[in-house]
Design a protein around this ligand. Structure first.
Ligand code: ADP
Ligand code: MG
Length: 813
């Protein structure tokens, strides 16, 4: 056998191979030696170089975006493969560093549209704990902040950033030192501002990205002052992303955020409807006194569903929740509202998240952003404030490709106005009717419960008054007319024997009857002179009464009705709701009803003298401009209010005077004098307080400066008494975030009332409904403090004191 092999050739071949291998090993070795940060830098440079080529139309998978492996991997694990439309259209702009205004229907995936850019932005800059706060995400409610935090924990798990949830509290002392090292903060506006003001080590001067989720809500009047104060603390060079289903385009709003040539992305701008296509929406016109029966019958016919029911106010939720638990409808009933303590809110939230069949009674704190899986129905027990609120409420169902149904209960007086608004906002809603035979009457049961328990009766009364107040305070008077409500029947339907006395309503009604369409100048100026306390002031009296009712510690609050009689199937709703596909927006009947009503309330002819007398007697507020705080309290804007405690006495006095005919000029003079004195006293106390505050701040700054020079951190630590939840994204693994570690901001606020002397007098830290109760408590405590200051300690010398008091008194005598 001839040997065909050529040893020289073989050797050459072998040598070539050897050299190649040697070179590869060398290359690999040299690569291995590259420090990790260098590899990371190269990866980042590669990604960034692709930013300019992003074409949202060509993106199909998340991996088509130049985003980090760390993010991609986590998205994959969460089963997020293909970006939704809003994600496709905004992520590119956000990566390129542009300001973005993103609008897309509810449930369309806006959360990831900002979380991915947040992660990439910090990754790109290799952000670490020493860099402090890099991104800030602001949510209107605690629940939404908590939910966003959970999503961030999942999609950011491979990154090394720390993330904090700042929704208040001071229980986790040990965490307090971490706060200034937190890279991504998710927060509600009020708590964030409090941190900015009070936590020495917490600053936002290096902030790279600001995100407002539910931006239109955060930019609206309720949060205006808080947000403006927050923005003042942020660097101008940051990037800003705004997202909402109902986006603001108002130049004024955007100017407040100093956006730089923002990209406006409105995914569904050309869509026929503004609500998800998979959402079926209907409305029923029903009398106020039929609503409880309607709700009960609805729940009884949907026992195997997951339902959210929206109410106008907390007191309604509190009362009806308890009553429905007692009625044992055959499905768990839960309640979520702003007067609950934070722990309870988290508990209810988690409970409803997990449950397959349940009914959640909620106020509008649950209207925005919350992503409960598989909610089948959204029932709006009370008419929403406006079409945007409607859109957000119904958006709790039919999320991300899922189906859902929504039912709106409208009073006859609300139909015309509300339906017109919905039509204008492109909301398709069908009018349906309820099968009267299926309507179950629970009034007698309610009466029996109230007869047994005084506490329930009081709750029913508060529910009654609060509901009327909420209707009265609604701005859109074309939809909400408290005078059209059948009060007696409504009270009976709640199980009450008689309608509670609603003082503000009596006064408002009297005022309305007095109001003449045209009044001459002479009379207006006379009225202006007789400026008095209007009915809305009394509102706030009622409000403060409400505050005393803190029954949230009650375990019953989360009690559930044990399921009974779950034999009915869901076909029941076909019986209960009879679909009547007639002209949805045909509102002729309702319009007619309104015309009839208005003719009844035609003002009676009265003489000028008589009218003037009545005005003086009833202490009407005339020629005034009233605006409303987020807590629903009316505040007189014009003319400036000079009245306080003295004016309340005046109301009482005038009630007493009511029987006396004629004008008691002497008494009126005396009252005016007292009011003026009261006003001056408060002004005096305010000035003293401001002076004190200035002194304290100076002292504090000096202390801080001194400790800095000493290199001593203890001063900071002492003042660093705000503790929050801080989680580290990396290595958080699959382990569940324990909500019990969430602090209890309500408790904190109660405590802080005693300690918090440094609080700026005028700043409203929180104006959302979620923080309603604690804010009022703080206000009360602050008032008390002010009074004490005025009496006990002015901070001035005795001589100065005397001089001031004499000055004040001399002006009065
Ligand atoms: P929005 O903020 O627009 O109301 P969310 O961000 O809460 O909507 O998302 C709605 C639902 O859609 C969530 O359950 C979320 O997990 C899911 N989702 C979002 N993006 C995607 C995606 N790309 N793929 C699959 N599901 C997604
Ligand atoms: Mg959202």
């Amino acid at each position: 056998m001839a040997d065909t092999s050529d040893p020289i050739k073989d050797f050459e071949k072998w040598k070539k191979k050897y050299n190649l291998k040697k070179a590869r090993v060398k290359r690999e070795r040299s690569q291995k030696k590259k420090p990790e940060w260098q590899v990371e830098r190269e990866n980042i440079a590669r990604l960034v170089s692709k930013y300019g080529d992003i074409d949202s139309k060509e993106v199909i998978k998340f991996s088509d975006f130049p985003i980090s492996k760390k993010t991609l991997l986590a998205l994959q694990e969460c089963q997020y493969r293909q970006p939704t439309e809003i994600q496709k259209q905004t992520i590119g702009f956000a990566l390129q560093g542009k300001d973005v205004l993103g609008a897309a229907k509810t449930g369309s995936g806006k959360t990831l549209a900002f979380l991915i850019p947040v992660l990439e932005c910090l990754y790109r800059q290799q952000w670490s704990s020493v860099d402090g706060l890099g991104a800030l995400i602001i949510s209107p409610t605690r629940e939404l902040a908590y939910q966003t935090f959970e999503v961030l924990r999942k999609v950011g798990k491979n990154h090394d950033f720390s993330a904090g949830l700042i929704i208040g509290g001071k229980e986790l002392k040990g965490e307090s030192e971490k706060i200034h090292r937190t890279n991504i903060v998710i927060c509600t506006p009020g708590r964030l501002l409090q941190h900015m003001d009070e936590t020495a080590a917490f600053h936002a001067s290096d902030l790279r990205m600001l995100v407002l989720d539910e931006a239109d809500r955060i930019l609206d009047m309720g949060f205006a002052d808080t947000l403006n104060a927050i923005v003042e603390n942020l660097p101008a060079g940051r990037q800003t992303l705004l997202f909402s289903a109902t986006q603001t385009k108002s130049v004024k709003d955007l100017a407040r955020l100093s956006l730089k040539e923002p990209e406006y992305v409105w995914v569904h701008e050309k869509a026929k409807f503004s609500t998800p296509a998979t959402l079926e929406q209907s409305y029923v016109v029903c009398e106020l006194h039929d609503k409880v029966n309607m709700l009960f019958s609805f729940i009884r016919s949907h026992l195997k569903k997951k339902i959210m029911v929206f109410f106008a106010c907390c007191k309604e939720v509190q009362y009806l929740f308890r009553i429905f638990c007692r009625l044992r409808p055959g499905i768990p009933v839960l309640a979520l509202h702003g007067k609950q303590q934070q722990m309870k809110r988290v508990e209810v939230y988690d409970d409803f998240l997990r449950k397959k069949n349940a009914v959640l009674f909620a106020t509008d704190i649950a209207a925005r952003g919350l992503d409960f899986p598989a909610v089948n129905w959204v029932l709006q027990y009370d008419c929403p404030e406006d079409a945007d609120t409607y859109i957000h409420r119904v958006g709790r169902t039919a999320r991300y490709k899922e189906g859902g149904e929504a039912l709106l209960l409208l009073l006859p007086s609300e139909e015309t106005g509300m339906i017109a608004q919905l039509q204008e906002k492109k909301v398709p809603v069908n009018k349906i009717q309820v099968n009267p035979e299926k309507l179950q009457n629970v009034q007698q049961k309610l009466e029996a419960f109230l007869a047994q328990e005084q506490e329930q009766k009081e709750r029913a009364q508060r529910c009654f008054v609060s509901y009327l107040r909420s209707v009265y305070l609604m701005k859109n008077k074309g939809v909400f007319d408290v005078f059209k409500l059948p009060l007696h029947e409504y009270a009976l339907s709640l199980g009450l024997a008689v309608a509670p006395r609603v003082r503000f309503l009596n006064k408002a009604e009297a005022q309305r009857a007095e109001k003449k369409p045209e009044e001459d100048e002479e009379l207006s100026s006379f009225k202006a002179q007789l400026r008095g306390d209007g009915p809305r002031q009394e509102e706030s009296e009622d409000d403060s009464e409400d505050d005393d009712d803190d029954d949230d510690g009650d375990d019953e609050d989360r009690a559930e009705a044990p399921p009974v009689d779950v034999d009915d199937d869901d076909l029941r709703d076909l019986d209960f709701l009879t679909l009547k596909r007639k002209d949805v927006f045909n509102t002729e009947e309702a319009h007619q009803a309104q015309v009839d009503d208005s003719s009844k309330t035609k003002p009676q002819k009265v003489t000028k003298f008589k009218e003037a007398k009545k005005i003086l007697k009833r202490n009407f507020k005339v020629n005034t401009k009233v605006s409303f705080t987020e807590e629903g309290q009316a505040m007189q804007v014009w003319p400036p209010v000079q009245r306080s405690a003295a004016s309340q006495d005046a109301v009482q006095e005038q009630d007493e005077e009511d029987d006396v005919s004629g004008i008691n000029v002497e008494k009126a003079k005396e009252r005016l004098r007292r009011e003026d004195e009261e006003f001056d006293k408060r002004e005096y106390s305010r000035k003293i307080k401001a002076k004190h505050r200035e002194k304290r701040l100076k002292a504090k700054a000096a202390r801080r400066e001194a400790s800095k020079q000493r290199g001593d951190k203890s001063e900071d630590r002492d003042e660093d008494d705000e503790d929050e939840v801080v989680a580290y994204l990396a290595n958080s693994g699959e382990e569940e975030f324990d909500p019990s570690t969430l602090p209890d901001p309500d408790r904190h606020r109660d405590n802080s009332d005693d300690e918090d002397e440094d609080e700026p007098a005028k700043r409203s830290y929180s104006s959302s409904e979620e923080d309603e109760a604690p804010v009022r408590k703080r206000k009360k405590a602050r008032q008390q403090q002010e009074e004490e200051h005025a009496v006990l300690d002015t901070g001035l010398s005795l001589a100065e004191d005397e001089q001031l008091v004499l000055q004040l008194l001399s002006g009065r005598t």
